[in-house]
Ligand binder design. Structure first.
Ligand code: B12
Length: 212
């Protein structure tokens, strides 16, 4: 199984969508991998790709091919992942904050949360404070998850917390933030209820906040 998961990770790193979808099929057919195993390899692959982009080994087309490989594999994996999920884990509104368009890590977290049984409303990228608040109100969400990848998004996070307070909604929803360039200190300064750095820690924080 380990070998199959490693091949799957390499196919994503290489941006080979057909191979990664075939390997996803083989993973499903074996039926041994846990959702955790799958997400560790998916996000691990994209972290390698992000690193290669930063060092100049990969350019935007290579990176986008890898993101497409993740997307294609997810369509194969989703039914399998959903078989393992616990229903009704909670309602989540999620998006990347205003001024930020990074979505690869956010999309992986959205899939992992859905697989864990959450009802997830993904608002996409560059999401305004109003849009977040309206969706939280409409869905009566338990959690608001904010992806923020650049340090310049700090103001957007502060604005969202301030708007929740101003509208008397701060006690109704727990706020969790995460994304590259996030640190525990950054999260404390912004005033969120939790922060996480990867799939595993995100699922753990969400579980802690919804089932204290
Ligand atoms: C890919 C990429 C891009 C792509 C984005 C494509 C896309 N569709 O997303 C493009 C080329 C468009 C881009 C643009 C820019 N980028 Co860029 N980008 C990256 C890069 C290389 C990889 C990001 C990635 O996808 N990683 C892989 C995924 C799987 O990891 P992840 O995103 O960290 O997500 C994981 C966790 O963070 C966490 N997570 C994610 N979201 C959430 C949310 C919650 C609630 C929780 C709990 C957890 C969580 O779980 C995920 C899964 O493990 C990073 C560097 C890096 N190595 O991270 C820079 C980086 C994020 N970018 C950066 C910058 C500065 C920019 C630009 C401003 C310009 C530039 N100089 O390139 C623009 C921003 C435009 C904008 N307005 O947003 C900086 C930010 C630095 C900072 N401190 O501010 C980084 C860190 C690079 C660097 N070292 O300078 N970028």
């Amino acid at each position: 199984m380990k070998e199959l998961l490693e091949k799957f990770e390499h196919a994503i790193i290489n941006g080979d969508a057909d191979a990664s979808a075939d390997l996803a099929d083989a993973i499903v057919a074996r039926g041994e991998a846990t959702p955790d195993d799958i997400f560790v390899h998916l996000s691990g692959a994209m972290e390698v790709v992000g690193g290669r982009y930063e060092t100049g080994e990969y350019f935007i087309p290579e990176m986008l091919r890898s993101a497409e490989a993740v997307e294609k594999s997810m369509t194969v994996l989703e039914p399998y992942l959903f078989e393992h999920r616990h229903e009704d884990a909670g309602v989540i509104v999620m998006g990347t904050v205003k001024g930020d368009i990074h979505n690869i890590g956010k999309n992986i977290i959205v899939s992992a949360l859905k697989a864990a049984g959450y009802e997830v409303h993904d608002l996409g990228v560059n999401v305004s404070t109003d849009k977040f608040l309206n969706k939280v109100r409409e869905t009566e969400a338990d959690l608001l998850l904010l992806s923020a990848f650049t340090t310049s998004t700090k103001q957007a996070l502060l604005d969202i917390i301030a708007a929740l307070e101003a509208n008397g909604m701060r006690d109704q929803v727990k706020v969790v933030s995460g994304g590259a360039s996030h640190s525990e200190e950054f999260a404390r300064e912004v005033g969120v209820d939790g922060f996480a750095t990867d799939v595993k820690s995100t699922l753990a924080v969400c579980q802690r906040l919804t089932h204290p």
